[in-house]
Every structure is written in C-alpha cells, then in structure tokens.
Design a protein around this ligand. Structure first.
Ligand SMILES: [Zn+2]
Length: 115
C-alpha cells in the first residue's frame, strides 16, 4: 500500500520534502521518503489499525518484502534529506588575507604530527 497525501507530513528539518512517519519493529519512529523506491531498505505496510509499520531489510535474517509491503528509503540520510546534505565547500580566495582557514591549518598540523 502506498501512502496518500494525508499520510505524509512535512520534513521537520524544513527541507521541503514530505515524509511518511513509520514505526519500526522495535517501536521506534522512522521517517521514510514519500515515494517507494525499488532499492529502498525498509519494507513498509499499513497495519490493521491504520498505522504505518516499517521493518529493515538489511538484517541477515530479514525476509524479502511481501506483496503487501513497499520498499522505501529512510528520509534522514544525506542523499534523502536536503538539509543533511553537506553545504557547498567554500570557494577558495574569498577569505581576507588576515583570516586563517582553520580547517587547512588543522590538516597541515595533522600532517606535521604524523611525520
Ligand atoms: Zn528532510
């Protein structure tokens, strides 16, 4: 069963996507993308109480998805939620000359200590 728009809620991260909240077999809340995905790792179904249930397909003993389940991808991963994607790296040459780029300084310090 596929979720209808009434089942979906906006992502709490504010990425603009709509998500489906499910309960895992361990009773935890898991948000998945709104659309099923053939390579998703969560088998999702709506149970008799109208609740969305998900179970992971990653485990060694996990059964393949049943005909009444659709596979979804969890939303809160870097390729799913736009807000979790790494920000564009800063462009070189935009810092004033008196400002030290801390990341580069740390990297060079790490290189020095390794020798
Ligand atoms: Zn999101």
């Amino acid at each position: 069963m596929r979720p209808t728009r009434h089942d979906l809620t906006p992502c709490p991260n504010g990425c603009g996507e709509r998500i489906l909240w499910t309960r895992t077999e361990h009773g935890e809340r898991l948000a998945v993308d709104a659309q099923p995905s053939a390579d998703g790792n969560q088998a999702v179904m709506k149970n008799g109480l109208g609740r969305w249930i998900s179970r992971s397909l990653d485990g060694a003993g996990a059964l393949p998805p049943s005909p009444y389940e659709h596979t979804f991808k969890p939303h809160f991963r870097k390729s799913g939620c736009a807000k979790l994607r790494p920000a564009q790296p800063e462009l070189p040459g935009l810092l004033p000359t008196n400002v030290v780029r801390i990341g580069a300084r740390r990297a060079s310090a790490r290189r020095r200590t390794r020798r």
